[in-house]
Design a protein around this ligand. Structure first.
Ligand SMILES: Nc1ncnc2c1ncn2[C@@H]1O[C@H](COP(=O)(O)OP(=O)(O)OP(=O)(O)O)[C@@H](O)[C@H]1O
Ligand SMILES: [Mg+2]
Length: 500
C-alpha cells in the first residue's frame, strides 16, 4: 500500500483510517489480516472488512490540539489533514498552514477579536509562521516582498461556493489598506474607495443561492497598486463570467441579484418614480418564493449601497441612470406576448403588458414602437437584403429575456468601469498586489453548461497562478488561500490537493 510513494506495513494491531460512507473517514484498529483484506474494529464499535490497498495509517503521536502547519504531520493524507483541521476548528482555530498555503474554515459567525486593529498591529512585520496562521500573515508576506524585493504578488483565494472566499478577500483588502493607507486628508482616500467598491459590486453581482445568502455570481481580480513608498496609489477591478441566466431565471429557494430587491424596497418616492412595487409582482423575481433574507433589511441595504456609491465616486446622475436600468429590466420581464394577426407573429398580450412596455421605453428613454419591434421581430441581414421576420409569442419572450440579460451584464461591466475610472490607476506604480476571489466551485446533481464554464475557468486560472509561481521570470509570485465551509470540507478537499 502506498501513500505519497511510501509503502507502509499494516499489521494486526495497526491504527488505521478507512473510508466511511457517512463520516468520510473513520479510524480503527486492525484485528485480522486475510490475504489482501483486513478486518478492522472501528472506534464507533463496528467490524469492517476492507482491502489493504484502501487502508491508510493513522498517526498516533499527533499532538492532541493538532498542528498549525500540516507539513509537520507524519502522514499528509486526506484523513490526516481532515482530522487536523477538525481538531483545530473545534478549538476555534479556523486558520491552518500547509507550507505557505493558508487553509481557512468558515466559522459562520463574526469573530471580531481575530480581525480587530490590535491583531493587524501584531501581524505587521511579523515573520511568516511566527504567529498563529492568519489571513493577515499572508497579506503581510505579499506586502513585505513588494517593499523589500520590489516584487508584485497575487493572492489566490479558492474554494467552493459559500466557503468564505469573498469574506477572506475583504479581510485581505482591509489589511492591505491598513498597511498601505494614508491618513485621510480631505474627501475620499483610494483605499476607502477600494473597500467601498465591495458593497457596490455585491449589490449587483451577488445573490442568495442554496449554499450562500450572499453568493458572488462573478469572478473578481482586484489589483491594488502601490507607489514607491509603499502607499496605495490606485486600484483596478477586473470581473469575469457574470451569471447572466439568473436575471431571467431563478430557482426556488434562491433569489435574483440583490439590487432588484433593494430597489423595490427603496424610499417610497423612488419606488413610485420607477413604477415599482412588491417584488412578488415581477416575473423575474416571483419564479422563486424567496423574497427576503434572514437578518437583512433590503431597505437599509439600498441606502447603504447608495452611500457606498457616493464614496466610490459615482455621481447622483449616474446612480439614477443605474437604477433606471435595474427598474427597466423588471418591467421588461413583465411584457407578455400573444399571437398577432399574421401567422407566427406576436403582440403585447394585454394592457398590463402594454403598461410594462411603455414604462420600459420611458425608463430606457427609447422609442416605444422601436422597442416593441425589437422584441417581436427579428432582423436578418444577408448580402442582398435586410429581412424583417415576425416572431411567434414564444420566440418574442426569448428575445425579451435576451435583451434583459444583455442589458444587465452591460450595466454590470459599465459599473465596474465607472468604479475603476473613479478610483483611478497609478500609471507610475511599479508594484501591485492582486487578490483573486474566484467564482466559487459548485457541483449539482445535474450541472448546466454555465457551471461547466465556471469550473473550467477556475481550474485554468488556478493553473495559471501556480505556473506563475514556478516561473521566476514572470516577476509575479502567488500565494494561495484555500477556504472551506465545514460541511463541504470533505468534498472540497480535492480542490486543496489540486492546488497544493
Ligand atoms: N472569516 C469569516 N468570519 C465570519 N463569517 C464568515 C467568514 N467567512 C465566511 N463567513 C460567512 O460565510 C458566508 C459566506 O461567505 P462568502 O460569501 O465569503 O463565501 P464565498 O466563498 O465567497 O462563496 P461564493 O463562491 O458563493 O461567492 C458569509 O456571508 C459569512 O456569513
Ligand atoms: Mg463570494
Amino acid at each position: 500500500m502506498c501513500y505519497h510513494g511510501t509503502p507502509v506495513n499494516i499489521i494486526v494491531g495497526s491504527h488505521v483510517w478507512i473510508e466511511d460512507p457517512e463520516v468520510s473517514w473513520i479510524d480503527g484498529q486492525v484485528s485480522k489480516i486475510n490475504g489482501k483484506d483486513a478486518e478492522i474494529e472501528t472506534t464507533n464499535g463496528k467490524k469492517v472488512v476492507a482491502s489493504l490497498s484502501k487502508i491508510l495509517p493513522k498517526d498516533m503521536e499527533a499532538p492532541p490540539g493538532g498542528v498549525d502547519d500540516m507539513t509537520k504531520l507524519s502522514y499528509l493524507h486526506e484523513p490526516g489533514v481532515l482530522q487536523n483541521l477538525k481538531i483545530r476548528y473545534e478549538l476555534n482555530e479556523i486558520y491552518t498552514y500547509t507550507g505557505n498555503i493558508l487553509i481557512a474554515i468558515n466559522p459562520f459567525q463574526r469573530l471580531p477579536h481575530i480581525y480587530g486593529a490590535h491583531m493587524m498591529h501584531q501581524y505587521k512585520g511579523a515573520p511568516f509562521g511566527e504567529l498563529s496562521p492568519h489571513v493577515f500573515a499572508v497579506a503581510d508576506v505579499a506586502y513585505r516582498a513588494m517593499i523589500h524585493e520590489g516584487k508584485s504578488n497575487s493572492i489566490l483565494v479558492s474554494g467552493e461556493s459559500g466557503a468564505g472566499k469573498t469574506e477572506t478577500t475583504k479581510m485581505l483588502m482591509q489589511y492591505l489598506a491598513f498597511l498601505g493607507g494614508r491618513a485621510a486628508t480631505e474627501g475620499r482616500t483610494v483605499e476607502q474607495q477600494v473597500l467601498e467598491s465591495n458593497p457596490v459590486l455585491e449589490a449587483f453581482g451577488n445573490a442568495k443561492t442554496v449554499r450562500n445568502n450572499n453568493s458572488s455570481r462573478f469572478g473578481k481580480f482586484v489589483e491594488i497598486q502601490f507607489d514607491k513608498s509603499g502607499r496605495i496609489s490606485g486600484a483596478a477591478i477586473r470581473t469575469y463570467l457574470l451569471e447572466r441566466s439568473r436575471v431571467c431565471q431563478v430557482n426556488d429557494p434562491e433569489r435574483n441579484y440583490h439590487c432588484f430587491y433593494l430597489l423595490c424596497n427603496a424610499p417610497q418616492e423612488e419606488v413610485e418614480k420607477y413604477k415599482l412595487g412588491n417584488p412578488r409582482s415581477f416575473h423575474y423575481l416571483n419564479q422563486s418564493k424567496c423574497y427576503e433574507l434572514a437578518d437583512v433589511s433590503d431597505a437599509r441595504e439600498y441606502l447603504a449601497t447608495r452611500r457606498a456609491m457616493d464614496i466610490v465616486g459615482i455621481s447622483q446622475k449616474d446612480q439614477e441612470a443605474i437604477f433606471r436600468v435595474v427598474a427597466a429590466i423588471l418591467h421588461i420581464g413583465n411584457i407578455e406576448f400573444t399571437k398577432g394577426k399574421e401567422v407566427d407573429s406576436s403582440i403585447p398580450k394585454d394592457d398590463t403588458a402594454k403598461f410594462h412596455l411603455k414604462t420600459t421605453a420611458e425608463l430606457l428613454m427609447c422609442d416605444i414602437d422601436a422597442l416593441e419591434d425589437a422584441l417581436c421581430k427579428r432582423v436578418m441581414i444577408t448580402p442582398e437584403e435586410v429581412i424583417k421576420r415576425s416572431l411567434d409569442p414564444q420566440s418574442a419572450a426569448v428575445s425579451r429575456d435576451g435583451l434583459a440579460k444583455t442589458l444587465y451584464s452591460r450595466l454590470f461591466d459599465w459599473l465596474v468601469d465607472k468604479i475603476n475610472n473613479s478610483i483611478g490607476q497609478d500609471p507610475n506604480s511599479k508594484c501591485l498586489i492582486g487578490v483573486l476571489d474566484i467564482y466559487g466551485f459548485e457541483s449539482f446533481k445535474s450541472n448546466s453548461f454555465e457551471q461547466f464554464c465556471i469550473n473550467f475557468t477556475n481550474e485554468k486560472l488556478q493553473q495559471h497562478f501556480n505556473q506563475a509561481k514556478s516561473q521566476t521570470t514572470l516577476h509575479t509570485s502567488s500565494l494561495l488561500i484555500a477556504v472551506f465551509s465545514v460541511c463541504d470540507m470533505i468534498k472540497s478537499f480535492t480542490c486543496l490537493l489540486l492546488t497544493a
